[in-house]
Design a protein around this ligand. Structure first.
Ligand SMILES: [Zn+2]
Length: 288
């Protein structure tokens, strides 16, 4: 999930851009989801069916070249598992957790990967011998929901993705609304509570600082440190700040009072943020 509020400073005049699908002719493609801990590759048929998947760790590499080589290997393994020759794949799309200069195919900044100005498209294209398009992971997730998922057939979709941070994407008429500076729909950095908790972006009271999993864990940890008890302490292996989604789910479903109170408060903040966005954008559907 993106945490940086500011996109590249490149000026642009487009508000709704045509999202490139590399080839004009339909064909089998490879989709790659690059995250801070793992990389997933899937071979996708022209009708949207996933033919095979493969995954690898995205940790423990010493350079971006090494990680991109591992990503290429993961893509090859997925193609092999599907019985598909790379020659017959028409293109590769990769979603990256960061700010992407989509026209140049360069990841400007991806904090979770410690990447800055990484030429993802050209490097991966050289490794695989295929056209590669890179974009922000949340943008492509919103676009996929719009074209293939809950927003299929509808004129617009607002995607809200909550995890370590909170990201958003606004898909309209089959394309993405990117904004004048490629930074539209950074909904995690809308200020919901003036003077609220500090956000990774430096401001206070952003939605991400109130409604993300990180924010929930941090607030529970704060209250535990102040003397309150919570089953989450045990479920998270003693360190609530590192509580994963599964541990939070168990604590919530098990009726842990502190977890319930904090999660419910976070959900309310998300509701306030999404409700305000609906007032502005009036999307046909919201995908949470
Ligand atoms: Zn923020």
């Amino acid at each position: 999930m993106p945490t940086a509020p500011a996109g590249p400073t490149r000026e642009g005049s487009m508000t709704v851009s045509e999202t490139p699908t590399a080839p004009d002719s339909p064909g089998t493609v490879i989709g790659i989801d690059l995250g801070g801990t793992k990389v997933l590759a899937a071979v996708v048929a022209p009708d949207g069916r996933i033919l095979s998947r493969d995954k690898a760790s995205s940790r423990g590499t010493s350079s971006y070249e090494e990680l991109l080589a591992r990503i290429a290997d993961t893509a090859r393994a997925a193609a092999s598992a599907a019985g598909v020759e790379l020659d017959s794949v028409v293109g590769v799309g990769i979603g990256v957790p960061g700010t992407v200069d989509q026209d140049a195919g360069i990841v400007r900044i991806a904090p979770n990967l410690d990447w800055r100005d990484v030429p993802v498209s050209s490097t991966l294209s050289d490794l695989l011998g295929l056209p590669v398009i890179a974009d922000n992971d949340v943008n492509v997730a919103a676009l996929a929901e719009h074209r293939l998922g809950t927003g299929k057939g509808l004129p617009s979709l607002l995607g809200v993705f909550i995890g370590t941070g909170i990201g958003g994407g606004l898909a309209i008429d089959g394309g993405l609304h990117r904004g004048a500076h490629q930074a539209a729909a950074e909904i995690g950095h809308m200020v919901i509570k003036a003077g609220g908790p500090r956000c990774p972006c430096g401001r206070r009271g952003c939605l991400e600082a109130l409604g993300s999993r990180t924010a929930i864990s941090r607030e529970i940890a704060r209250q535990v440190a102040a003397g309150r008890s919570s089953r989450l302490v045990k479920l998270a292996g003693g360190d609530v700040r590192n509580a994963k989604g599964g541990a939070l789910r168990k604590a919530y479903a098990g009726g842990d009072k502190l977890t319930r109170r904090v999660v419910d408060a976070s959900a309310r903040y998300v509701g306030i943020g999404v409700g305000s966005l609906v007032n502005v954008v009036d999307p046909a559907i919201v995908a949470l």
